[in-house]
Ligand binder design. Structure first.
Ligand SMILES: [Zn+2]
Ligand SMILES: [Zn+2]
Length: 322
């Protein structure tokens, strides 16, 4: 599996950001992104320009838009047509999500617990979702400094509750990139894993399946072996004995190194219970586990910005089914 740094949530002059499309693309190259999705508010008019520039720059992109309504913001990625958001009401959102699915779009709930009116009308998610199967991911880290925002934890709680209820749903991060942030503002980063060539088909497939993780700095390589087979995030494995291998990777993005993230503990979480919580130690690898139906995921905890006991990385799950 190869890993690619991507950003799933960005804006330009086509809505309310300070960037032209060209500036956004150049900033993305400078930062080290290998994938970028433009999600302007209620328009995808910047996409064709970005697609051309990204191709020249060697960045993989997908179409995108951020539905911006009074009841919440929703990222729609890689749909093959524009679906009308203007008639969405709190109780009709499932019908609208169904239309997005019919247009082959991926759905991400943006900043669900951000402060709404009067700070930011519509930023707080109040749509009444009845079928969470239609949601691909919940943006649990939004904007910069996600480690300092209480709403990150509310979104994390929603995501883990849905996992506990048996949904296949991923956590995502969105820089919600509007302008170059200040020196002290650390953005979260999303790493997509793919075994194939780095192109838009594989980018989409990894997002759809949940083959990605979010981080404030470090990387992870992890997989589960059962018999002769190897399983990665988003895969489905059978209950029973298996071995988990976890490796900590150093921070790849140069501008994130100054925030000083150091991984101190690895947590293996099986059905929302902590199965393993230890300092990373190569002698412990691989870690044996007896899996039951549900899900398995990893978190890294440690130091960042001289704060201890911080959540630094969250993997998406491997799912366990009979
Ligand atoms: Zn938004
Ligand atoms: Zn946004």
């Amino acid at each position: 599996m190869k890993q690619f740094a991507v950003e799933l949530h960005s804006h330009t002059h086509h809505s309310d950001a300070d960037f032209s499309v060209e500036e956004l693309c150049q900033r993305a190259v400078d930062f080290g992104y290998e994938g970028l999705i433009l999600t302007d508010h209620n328009t995808s008019s910047g996409y064709s320009e970005l697609a051309e520039l990204a191709k020249e720059a060697g960045i993989v992109t997908l179409g995108g838009i951020e539905w911006t309504t009074y009841y919440g913001h929703m990222l729609v990625h890689d749909a093959d047509r524009l679906v009308d958001w203007r008639t969405a009401t709190p109780h009709s959102i499932d019908k609208h999500m169904q239309e997005v699915k019919e247009a082959n779009g991926l759905i991400g709930i943006a900043h669900p617990f951000a402060i709404g009116s009067p700070m930011c009308t519509g930023c707080h998610w109040t749509f009444d979702v009845k079928d969470w199967n239609k949601v691909n991911y919940i943006e649990i880290w939004n904007s910069t400094r996600p480690d300092e925002h209480f709403w990150s934890w509310e979104a994390y709680a929603l995501w883990t509750r849905l996992l506990d209820d048996g949904y296949r749903i991923s956590c995502s991060a969105g820089r919600d990139w509007h302008r170059m942030e200040g020196e002290g503002e650390n953005p979260p980063i999303t790493y997509v894993e793919s075994s194939g060539e780095w192109n838009s088909e594989n980018f989409r497939q990894s997002l759809e399946k949940g083959t990605f993780y979010i981080s404030l700095g470090p990387g992870i390589r992890w997989y589960v072996e059962q018999g002769e087979k190897i399983f990665y995030m988003g895969d489905t494995i059978k209950p029973g004995l298996a071995n988990i291998t976890v490796e900590v990777l150093s921070t790849r993005i140069e501008s994130l190194k100054k925030f000083g993230s150091i991984v101190k503990r690895v947590k293996i979480i099986h059905n929302n219970q902590i199965y393993f919580d230890e300092p990373i130690d190569n002698d412990l690898i691989p870690i044996p586990i007896d899996l039951v139906e549900g899900n398995l995921r990893i978190e890294f905890w440690g130091t960042i910005k001289q704060k201890e006991e911080e959540l630094l990385l969250i993997s998406n799950p491997i799912y366990i089914e009979k």
